[in-house]
Design a protein. Structure first.
Length: 376
């Protein structure tokens, strides 16, 4: 099976990072999967040297870039046989629709965020797709409610590297580097420091904690940092609020320096990759009740799903003061992450692609979950 993925994302973040991880997992499982990315982009530079990464797309979004991408993809599909083309963004989808024509390989469209349901020409693009993949069951449910289920659908959750993200003894030198006390109960949160990304909510949750050993470690950067630090000071938790900046290479070590993970807002990809990385690292998680969180079965052992800042603060207090329960949740988190390994993903994804190829545009739909088997 030969599959060409498309992602015009410029950086290693959001849907682009998820797509690359999924392609790598498919290749590890023996599929001939490749991915086309934007040329002269930070993402292309990061992936340089991988023979399965093609800098095929333009780095811009002008009308001329669209037609350039269509031409480049059409030439590729005419020259090389692919069984499936898989588009990860709205631009990628429309380029693929235009490039493959009426007789090209089946086209799968991934939806990583609910906002992708709305763009201009989206209805035309949906009609031309052969199947749909969703980063969470919540996105799939929303899509089906709006548009019905007339073609194969699958849940393509993020893939977690269980070797890179794994439990390990705490590395206190990392905490000291950021001025965090050695006896602190470290709660981590990850994401860009921008409006709507939940760092302000995390600070208010910290203020709701009654256990003084609980501190908050932000991993990320952005123009909202000064305002966030002022908020922490105003709420009386400035001395318990710490920042590590953006840390891609050292991210696994930072997870291992944490005691728990706090997830307060969705990012560009609503599959919530950070939650999986934290679980794989053996961290109990405290999540707000966000669409897609239920896919991780957090209430079955890995942590808590809270409906308010006060509930989240109480959950963190509980974890900080009940070591045996904390340990049991950490072990459950690691076990739960195993369901999102590359091997688990690839098995379901291949079944889905086979169904797309076999079904074409007929109306007989089988739902396949890339995170765990077929469903009627």
């Amino acid at each position: 099976m030969r599959v060409l993925h498309l992602t015009s994302g410029m950086k290693w973040t959001g849907p682009a990072a998820v797509a690359v991880d999924q392609v790598a997992a498919l290749r590890d499982a023996g599929a001939e999967a490749e991915i086309a990315v934007a040329a002269n982009s930070p993402l292309a530079a990061r992936l340089a040297g991988h023979g399965w990464v093609r800098p095929l797309l333009a780095p811009g979004r002008r009308p001329s870039d669209f037609f350039r991408d269509v031409s480049a993809l059409a030439e590729t599909l005419a020259r090389e046989p692919f069984d499936v083309v898989h588009a990860h963004g709205s631009h990628d989808h429309l380029v693929a629709v235009a490039a493959r024509g009426r007789n090209g390989p089946p086209l799968v469209r991934s939806f990583h965020h609910a906002s992708s349901f709305r763009p201009l020409f989206a209805a035309w693009g949906r009609r031309r797709a052969s199947g749909f993949a969703f980063s969470s069951s919540a996105l799939e449910a929303t899509f089906v409610e709006r548009f019905g289920r007339r073609k194969p659908c699958a849940r393509f959750s993020p893939v977690v590297d269980l070797e890179r993200f794994r439990p390990d003894p705490r590395r206190r030198e990392i905490l000291a580097e950021y001025g965090i006390p050695a006896d602190a109960f470290v709660v981590g949160t990850i994401g860009k420091m921008a409006a709507g990304r939940g760092h302000d909510v995390a600070i208010r949750i910290l203020a709701a904690c009654r256990e003084p050993r609980v501190v908050l470690l932000h991993v990320g950067k952005g123009d909202r940092k000064e305002a966030l630090w002022r908020l922490a000071a105003e709420l009386g938790v400035g001395e318990r609020n710490f920042g590590a900046g953006y840390q891609e290479e050292n991210l696994p070590s930072l997870y291992r320096a944490m005691d728990a993970f706090l997830f307060t807002a969705s990012g560009a990809d609503q599959g919530h990759r950070a939650v999986l990385e934290a679980m794989a690292s053996g961290l109990p998680v405290v999540c707000r009740d966000l669409p897609g969180v239920s896919d991780f079965r957090i209430l079955k052992g890995p942590g808590f799903v809270s409906r308010s800042e006060e509930e989240a603060g109480a959950a963190l207090d509980f974890l900080a003061t009940h070591p045996s329960e904390h340990r049991a949740m950490a072990e459950a988190a690691r076990r739960g992450a195993g369901s999102f390994s590359g091997a688990e993903f690839s098995a379901g994804a291949r079944r889905f692609y086979e169904e797309v190829i076999e079904s074409g545009n007929n109306r007989n739909v089988v739902r396949v979950s890339a995170a765990g088997g077929k469903h009627a």
